[in-house]
Design a protein around this ligand. Structure first.
Ligand SMILES: [Cu+2]
Length: 474
């Protein structure tokens, strides 16, 4: 940084010197003191231009070296390696052309500066030279375009869906939702009419194929297998960006786009290669889509195929996980209503303002009413929408650490309530960590029904007491 600043200062100084000499000549003309002879300023100009070029080249080199640590590592996909090769080939050719033209441009004023008695050579045209500098770039361009087109055709040659792991991606302000086809390997239909604050992707719940589709919090991909992304957007244009795989495709409202690729390195292999044990692949949004655009991040995990199979088999279908919020009967297991019900008989609508925590004293806490299904501790899609606000808050305020306390109402066994509240608090922490918040910034605690917010047994009081509290910790 300091080096760059020094170089910038030197360049500025050279520019000021050149301007000063020019001003000196012009003032001479105005004052009639100018004799019309080419003075020493001409020589100094020529040397100045040369120095400008040399200092510029050194700055160019240093800026490259400074930026190098931020370059992406070697691509982790098959087509990524090919596109990177294309990129660096183009860069090399551009660099050569840049050096040749600029060396000529900056050295000629010095070599051919004014000398007494020397006259300029009149050189109107040279057909051979003109043919060369027209044809050479044309041929190089044609070869580059032809190579690029060949790669592009491979990228755009989609394999049949049956050969791929299909992942549906939905972008919305501000987050991603993804869906896998479930055990039957058939993705259910979707319709924008079905979209609500639980069913973010508009999954058509009347389609039998939708029944086992699942919507995880992070994307898992099997190494070496074909991945097909089917991309949609709910509101504005977003852009699916998986930088390490060199995947980028816009998510456009009203139309489905797609991209396919083959990942070649597992998360573990990449961590070893980079020497960063906490490295994670990610899916980001690369379209400036609104004020919380930066929060559109989802962790991507590349597994060995066997691990992927295990993960896939362990996922719970969307309809099962959100049965209570979707008002669907739960088929898989009967619900025992003995502990804290978390029923939605009375729903508390929070207006979340987490900013009050920023300058608050230790004991200040903010209560959030997040609905869980009875006896359940996994987060429904509706709950995730609320937790996403905590995520956005934590990403904006990088230094803040939070304690997440789970509270239940006083229905049922206090011991079980305490366990349940702890699991719910932990589920929130796990979700935030899965989105990329550092683990050491979060703490989960469960209080069960020990610390009610309000006294009483009314449904309203119970609903008020079923909550999560956020506290700032140091
Ligand atoms: Cu976006």
């Amino acid at each position: 940084m300091v080096t760059l600043l020094i170089i910038a200062c030197i360049l500025l100084l050279v520019l000021i010197l050149l301007l000063a000499f020019r001003a000196h000549v012009l003032i001479g003309i105005i004052k009639n003191a100018y004799t019309g002879k080419v003075g020493v300023a001409n020589k100094i100009n020529a040397i100045g231009i040369l120095i400008f070029f040399i200092v510029g080249l050194i700055a160019f080199y240093f800026s490259y070296q400074t930026a190098k640590p931020y370059f992406l590592p070697e691509a982790a996909s098959v087509h990524g390696l090919a596109t990177d090769r294309m990129f660096w080939l183009s860069m090399t050719i551009i660099l050569i052309a840049f050096l040749v033209t600029n060396v000529l441009l900056y050295t000629f004023p010095y070599l051919y500066q004014y000398k007494e008695g020397k006259r300029a050579y009149f050189y109107p045209d040279n057909v051979k030279l003109e043919m060369m500098w027209t044809l050479l770039p044309a041929i190089v361009m044609t070869i580059l375009v032809w190579m690029g087109l060949k790669e592009w055709n491979i990228i755009m040659d989609f394999p049949p869906e049956e050969e791929c792991v299909v992942i549906e991606i939905m972008g919305k302000q501000f987050g991603w939702h993804v869906r896998y086809a479930g055990k039957d390997m058939k993705m259910g239909k979707y319709s924008f009419n079905s979209i609500n604050n639980v069913n973010h992707m508009g999954i058509d719940l009347s389609d039998p194929n939708s029944m086992d589709d699942f919507c995880p919090n992070e994307i898992h991909l099997p190494k070496g297998k074909k991945i097909l992304l089917k991309i949609r957007s709910r509101d504005v244009i977003h852009s699916v960006y998986l930088p390490h795989f060199r995947v980028k495709m816009d998510a456009v409202p009203g139309m489905a786009t797609k991209f396919w690729f083959i990942p070649t390195k597992t998360t573990m292999e990449m961590r070893d290669q980079l020497g960063k044990p906490d490295f994670n692949y990610e899916m980001a949004c690369t379209e400036i889509c609104g004020k919380s655009h930066f929060a559109m991040r989802m962790v991507v995990v590349v597994d060995e195929p066997e691990e992927f199979e295990k993960w896939y088999a362990a996922q719970k279908p969307f309809v099962e996980e959100n049965a209570s919020s979707l008002n669907l009967p739960v088929k898989s297991k009967p619900v025992e209503q003995k502990t804290d019900t978390m029923s939605v008989a009375v729903e508390i609508k929070d207006t979340v303002n987490l900013d009050v925590l920023l300058n608050a004293k230790e004991e200040k806490s903010v209560a959030l009413h997040i609905n869980f299904a009875p006896n359940e501790f996994s987060l429904s899609e509706e709950a995730k929408t609320k937790v996403d606000e905590i995520y956005t808050f934590m990403i904006k305020n990088k230094d803040i650490k939070l304690e997440i306390d789970g509270h239940t109402d006083n229905t049922g066994d206090p011991k079980k309530n305490k366990e349940l509240s702890e699991k719910r608090a932990k589920a929130i922490v796990d979700y935030l960590v899965s989105k990329g918040v550092k683990k050491n910034r979060l703490k989960a605690k469960g209080y069960g029904s020990e610390k009610p917010l309000v006294e009483g047994d009314s449904e309203q009081a119970k609903a008020m007491n079923r909550r999560v509290e956020l506290k700032k910790i140091n």
